[in-house]
Design a protein around this ligand. Structure first.
Ligand SMILES: Cc1ncc(COP(=O)(O)O)c(C=O)c1O
Length: 451
């Protein structure tokens, strides 16, 4: 019985895979909010370095990974692929379940895969400081770690509810030398406006993004870094799927279905896009995005142009959205509380190449607990969404007596999420369905662009 499929350091991919080269339809372009014309590189240059802007707009299939980034990747990459024998046994399923484990990175999730190259390209462009937001604290930790290794200062606006729920994440970021502020904060105009309307605001990723973008736009030595959603972020995350493809080949299997939790879509894109290349060429394969019922962007959002942040500082992006001023309830998977998704993921969902399902948080924690008690790893609550999806596929395979091959991305560990597990274990966790009226209300305030 071979549980782990491991690659050598020389097998770390040398290039990132860009799905834009193979998509049947490219996403509609980001639009400038004032002119409603597609944004050009100059519109983005106040907050991003030109090398990342070029990647954002690139249609090249393969983009070389710089040597210095590969050296830092080798601290934890290649990551292991596991066959979940113990989980399969507990479920009594004929399915073969595999998971790619990204929690072995220093920050504990997939996020350093993009934090490291973002810090690298910014330092090369002469930037001194990066400002960013964080929900669960995973992205802030990743950028704090990457910034330190690349010699950049990092300022993190952390969604207030997570700041309070996760003091150890905050301390980890401080250990790597970053400055952390609960968001909404009084450091920015965007934060002050939210606080004036609601001094008790729990914050949201959209608000924190507004604060970080404003910080970057108002300081010449500072740029902005985003942990998900944008094309270049999903590009960098393709190392996950590229490695997983090699590892599945070694295991002598090919997935029937790939699942990942979906917040902004970066770990989903990371594991699935290199396989979707085969699906686009005609191979049978399902890809499923798993999202929370409390923030059901793909399953209940509308496909239209919206801002990427609450204050409307970003370009309009074509996404499945719940409305940019949507403030989701303080569920325990902070990293999934974003009002929309990556335009690449949204276009592929629109074209039927990706499916989506929404799960309530109690069923997600139930799945996370079963996983911890069989496979041993305590999953991040975000990642437990993928586990829920995988278990449901494995149970369906049991019913149908089918040897379905299931691959999911275990995007991070939950060692800093014990307060959330405590709420679940003490029976206090409740499910939350976001009310349709509130979605309609948030969307009704959006201008209709392009019909
Ligand atoms: C462990 C983990 N998984 C998943 C996500 C969701 O983000 P994305 O959809 O960009 O992968 C997050 C976000 O913070 C996270 O921390």
């Amino acid at each position: 019985m071979q549980r782990k499929i491991l690659l050598d350091e020389k097998d770390i991919p040398r290039s990132w895979y860009n799905i834009a080269a193979d998509m049947p339809h490219l996403p509609a372009p980001p639009l400038h909010p004032a002119t409603l014309k597609p944004v050009g590189p100059d519109d983005l240059s106040p907050i991003f370095p030109m090398s990342l802007i070029e990647q954002e707009m690139s249609a090249e299939r393969w983009i070389a990974i710089p040597e210095e980034v590969l050296e830092i990747y080798s601290l934890w990459r290649p990551t292991p692929l596991f066959r979940a024998y113990s989980l399969e046994k507990a479920l009594g399923t004929p399915a073969r379940i595999y998971y790619k484990y990204e929690g072995v990175s220093p920050a504990g999730s997939h996020k350093p895969n993009t934090a490291v190259p973002q810090a690298y390209y910014n330092r090369k462009a002469g930037v001194k400081r990066l400002a960013t937001e964080t929900g669960a604290g995973q992205w802030g930790s990743a950028l704090a770690f990457a910034g330190r290794l690349m010699g950049l200062d990092v300022t993190v606006y952390m969604v207030k509810v997570s700041y309070e729920q996760k003091p150890y994440r905050k301390m980890a970021m401080q250990t790597w030398g970053a400055g952390i502020h609960p968001s909404p904060s009084a450091r920015t105009e965007a934060g002050k406006k939210v606080l004036a309307a609601d001094p008790e605001s729990p914050g949201s990723l959209g608000i924190a993004i507004s604060e970080a973008v404003e910080d970057a736009a108002t300081h010449p030595d500072t740029n902005y870094a985003l942990g998900s959603v944008l094309n270049h972020v999903l590009l960098h995350q393709s190392v996950i799927g590229l490695e997983a493809k090699k590892q599945m080949e070694i295991a002598g299997d090919y997935p029937d279905v790939i699942l990942a939790a979906c917040g902004g879509g970066s770990n989903l894109g990371g594991i699935a896009f290199p396989f979707l290349q085969d699906r686009i060429k005609g191979r049978d394969l399902r890809v499923v995005a798993v999202e929370p019922t409390s923030c059901p962007t793909l399953t209940r959002g509308e496909f239209r142009y919206d801002f990427g942040d609450t204050a409307g500082l970003t370009p309009y992006l074509m996404m499945y959205t719940l409305g940019h001023d949507f403030v989701p309830p303080g569920i325990h998977a902070g990293g999934l509380r974003y009002h929309a998704d990556s335009p690449l993921v949204c276009q592929l969902y629109h074209d039927g190449l990706i499916e989506a399902k929404a799960c309530g948080q109690t069923s997600v924690f139930e799945a996370g607990l079963l996983f911890a008690r069989t496979e041993g790893i305590i999953p991040a609550p975000e990642s437990a969404h993928a586990i829920r999806g995988a278990i449901d596929e494995a149970l369906a395979a049991r019913e149908e007596k089918k040897e379905t091959v299931i691959l999911f991305n275990l995007s991070g560990h939950g060692n800093f999420d014990m307060a959330a597990y405590d709420v679940y274990l003490s029976g206090k966790l409740v499910d939350y369905e976001y009310p349709s009226e509130l979605i309609r209300e948030a969307l009704s305030k959006l201008p209709r662009i392009g019909g």
